[in-house]
Design a binder for this molecule. Structure first.
Ligand code: AMP
Length: 215
């Protein structure tokens, strides 16, 4: 199986990014993470980054028109002809509707990664990220081979500024209030596949592959 359109939905910390990197590679489709695009804009100090930074640091959502514009631009690239894997978009009903318009109603398959709030907090506050290649580790569950260093590129790992406990709790509140409704929205449209995000990344990936093959 190659190509296809996928949307990854679920709370922050459910492992969407980790699973997305792998599936996108397997299916030879671009992995489009709005969080990554925004973080890279913040790092580069672009106009988009300046507009987004305050929202991100507070754990709030960047305004719909800004994010929808970023995604609409990205989807015009040639590499999206085979499909796409959207990770972290849409996050509001307005974004879901914008995507529907952009794709002529053919948004693809929506995978919902389900995880309890307690587990989200534990995963995110213990997460350490490579600022150079984006790979994630965990202080307890996914330790790097050398403490504090990325296994892939050797860069010093950091804690994302929005992975502190106060911001994680805010991100969860925002998820519950603004993104949670999308689960029902896509369920009603028969586009939703639910995957348990509890467990080790390899096990979740196996469940994911089985679940999307059934659709
Ligand atoms: P993520 O890496 O997906 O957890 O995203 C990190 C942060 O980027 C979020 O907390 C938001 O501030 C912002 N962000 C990412 N995707 C979106 C989106 N679809 N809509 C609004 N804000 C977003």
């Amino acid at each position: 199986m190659a190509g296809g359109r996928f949307i990854f939905l679920g709370p922050p910390g459910a492992g969407k990014g980790t699973q997305a990197v792998r599936l996108a590679k397997d299916l030879a489709i671009p992995h489009i993470s709005t969080g990554e695009i925004l973080r890279s804009a913040v790092r580069d100090g672009t106009e988009l980054g300046t507009a987004a930074k305050g929202y991100m640091d507070r754990g709030e959502l960047v305004p719909d028109e800004v994010v929808a514009g970023v995604v609409a631009d990205r989807l015009t690239s040639d590499d999206c002809e085979a499909g796409y894997l959207l990770d972290g978009f849409p996050r509001t009903l307005a974004q879901a509707r914008a995507l529907e318009q952009r794709t002529g109603g053919n948004v693809g398959q929506v995978v919902y990664f389900e995880l309890s709030e307690d587990e989200v907090v534990e995963r995110l506050t213990g997460r350490r990220t490579c600022p150079s290649c984006g790979r994630n580790f965990h202080v307890k569950y996914l330790k790097p081979q050398t403490e504090g260093k990325c296994d892939t590129c050797g860069a010093a790992l950091i804690q994302r500024s929005d992975d502190t406990e106060a911001t994680v709790l805010e991100r969860l509140r925002v998820y519950r209030e603004q993104t949670g409704d999308l689960v029902g929205y896509y369920e009603e449209r028969n586009l939703l596949t639910t995957v348990s995000a509890a467990g080790a990344p390899n096990d979740v990936y196996a469940t994911l592959k089985t679940a999307i093959a059934k659709e």
